[in-house]
Design a protein around this ligand. Structure first.
Ligand SMILES: *Cc1c(COP(=O)(O)O)cnc(C)c1O
Length: 384
């Protein structure tokens, strides 16, 4: 089976992990700041805070922005559940903003309309979490302008989008947001096995997130309530977690960062091949907005609703590990139980009835790409 995504591990990656294993630090050592520095430098963000997953990164990002009971957090219905769950972890309420029919990202027009209504009802969100679906940035200039007008904070869920560009700069530079979050799960653009990271330009937010990832404990005397009892002293000054990344993971991440542009370049070539091979077959293909360059974590095609199951099953039968990203979050039983109604997001529901993610990853061969495109066309001809 050709998977929909997979990691690319080189001998250099293996050597980096092995040398960390025999070093003095397996965790809380020098590989963490080295990896953080590489990501913040690449992204052009002042600070980076590495953690054990993007889910943890989203949680501490919400906490650092003060999300708590009574607050409202909005995100896209077409995302992995973690983009919404992070607000529930904080005791806040979640709501969704429907997607754009062309980019499949959270629609800035629908966001504006919903903000106008919320403003009249007196219940504006504290934080909005736009998700850069498939690796294409949302329209962050529009979302950033709305954040100023309606006074909310922005966390970019850039789990798919390390290596992507927007507005002439790298995603993660937080030009229109407070915090951006990356995932390093093996199917994503670079991997640390499990892992995530927050970038920000705000030193206070960065420090809060550092404390939150490690029990809320500080060894900095100027953060303590009184002078240290002695050289052994630390203080817990807030309630944090153990969300730390290990040094083996950070070493792998640092080694992977050196090939980020190569990975994304290959993904862009594959996407261009799919664009060319699949156009004119009655499919809706991914559309890129002005000023955005996707990292192509995913390549999603939209088929006619009554062909989706047949094409999906046919591709799986042909050894192609297609997938569906994503089932709308408000349609999940847990969210329905909380009172969410997926019918309020018609564009997300229409997307769900048509979307299929076809494989894209850096080690795919041109033969794989040609075979997958030919199988998609064959199944379309048979079924729609
Ligand atoms: C993968 C993913 C996450 C969660 O990432 P983990 O590192 O697995 O916790 C969150 N949001 C989106 C959009 C994702 O794709």
């Amino acid at each position: 089976m050709i998977p929909y995504g997979r990691q690319d591990i080189s001998q250099d990656d293996i050597d980096a992990v092995i040398s960390t294993l025999t070093s003095d630090f397996l965790t809380q050592g020098p590989a963490i700041p080295a990896f953080e520095a590489a990501v913040s430098k690449y992204c052009g963000a002042a600070h980076a805070v590495a953690v054990n997953s993007a889910t943890s990164a989203l949680h501490i990002a919400c906490m650092a922005l003060g999300v708590g009971p009574g607050d409202l957090v909005w995100t896209s219905p077409i995302t992995f559940v973690a983009s919404a769950n992070c607000a529930l972890y904080c005791g806040a309420d979640v709501d969704f903003v429907d997607i754009d029919d062309r980019t499949w990202n959270l629609s800035p027009q629908k966001l504006e309309a919903k903000l106008e209504q919320a403003s009249q009802a007196g219940r504006l969100p504290k934080v909005v979490i736009p998700v850069h679906l498939c690796g294409q940035s949302c329209d962050m200039a529009a979302i950033g302008a709305l954040a100023k007008r309606y006074d909310f904070k922005v966390i970019e869920d850039a789990s798919h989008a390390i290596g992507a560009d927007y507005g002439g700069g790298p995603v993660g530079n937080c030009a229109h947001s407070d915090i951006a979050v990356f995932s390093f799960h093996p199917v994503k653009i670079i991997t640390t096995a499990e892992g995530g990271l927050c970038t920000t330009n705000d030193a206070g937010l960065a420090r809060s997130m550092q404390l939150l990832r490690s029990h809320g404990v500080t060894r900095e005397s100027d953060e303590m309530t009184h002078a240290p009892d002695g050289p052994w002293y630390y203080q817990q000054i807030t309630l944090g977690y153990n969300y730390r990344m290990t040094d083996m993971q950070a070493a792998l991440g640092l080694s992977q960062m050196s090939r980020l542009q190569q990975f994304v370049g290959r993904r862009r070539d594959i996407a261009a091949s799919y664009d060319e091979a699949l156009k004119g077959h009655g499919l809706q293909l991914p559309e890129t907005i002005e000023g955005a360059l996707s990292s192509w974590h995913l390549y999603v095609i939209r088929v006619q609703p009554d062909a989706q199951l047949k094409v999906f099953e046919g591709l799986r039968k042909a050894g192609i590990g297609v997938n569906l990203h994503y089932i709308p979050v408000p349609s999940q039983p847990y969210y329905r139980e909380l009172g969410h109604d997926p019918a309020l997001y018609p564009s997300a529901m229409a997307y769900y009835r048509q979307a299929i993610s076809i494989p894209v990853y850096a080690t795919m061969t041109d033969e794989n790409v040609d075979y997958i495109a030919a199988e998609v066309i064959r199944l379309l001809d048979e079924n729609q």
